[in-house]
Each structure stands twice: as structure tokens, then as C-alpha cells.
Ligand binder design. Structure first.
Ligand code: ZN
Length: 104
């Protein structure tokens, strides 16, 4: 099965978020380089971005969904610097550990 890359971002939490939203819409995406950031240090975080890949026949649908997300649901998603949990834009404090969103 041919896979094509449809999304990448230096923020792994956004990439995971996009994958989750795609799967809600019935588009199964493969996450690559998921652990590159944490496993190999900060340089790798810049050099190797997490990527989402889908089967080629899903590419158009995935791209349309991602485009809609970028202007809507992704705006303001932030990750907690303390526990690295992803948070929705509406939250001023991490839902998991209570840290405020200082660095975002
Ligand atoms: Zn937290």
C-alpha cells in the first residue's frame, strides 16, 4: 500500500492531535518520528519532525480535513511544559497537572 505524507509539524503534540482528529473522521494515519524528539535530544527535535502518513487514496480527504483544522481546531492548542500534556485552547491551566500556559 502506497503511503503519502500529509502533515508535519515540529510540535509533536499538534501532530498527534491532527492524527486523532483524522481518525475521528475515519482517516487512519500513520505517525512517524513520534519519539525522535525525546529519544535523541534537542537537535533532533529540530531536524526530525513528527510526520503523518496516509494511504494515497485518502490523501485528498486528509488534506481537506487538515486544512479545516489549521484554521479552526488547531489554533491555540498548547502543550504543558511541565507534564507535556496537550491542552485545548480554552484552558489557561493544564488539565492534567494544573500548570499555567506560561510559555505558549
Ligand atoms: Zn501539565
Amino acid at each position: 500500500m502506497l503511503l503519502v505524507k500529509v502533515f508535519t509539524d515540529p510540535n509533536g503534540f499538534i501532530v498527534v492531535h491532527v492524527r486523532n482528529l483524522l481518525e475521528i473522521e475515519g482517516v487512519s494515519a500513520e505517525l512517524r518520528n513520534e519519539y525522535a524528539a525525546g529519544a535523541t535530544g534537542e537537535l533532533a527535535y529540530v531536524d526530525v519532525w513528527p510526520e503523518l502518513w496516509v494511504e494515497d487514496w485518502l490523501q485528498d480527504r486528509a488534506s481537506a480535513l487538515i486544512k479545516a483544522m489549521n484554521s479552526d481546531k488547531l489554533a491555540g492548542v498548547w502543550c504543558c511544559c511541565t507534564c507535556r500534556e496537550e491542552n485545548e485552547p480554552a484552558f489557561d491551566f493544564c488539565w492534567k497537572c494544573g500548570e499555567d500556559r506560561s510559555d505558549w
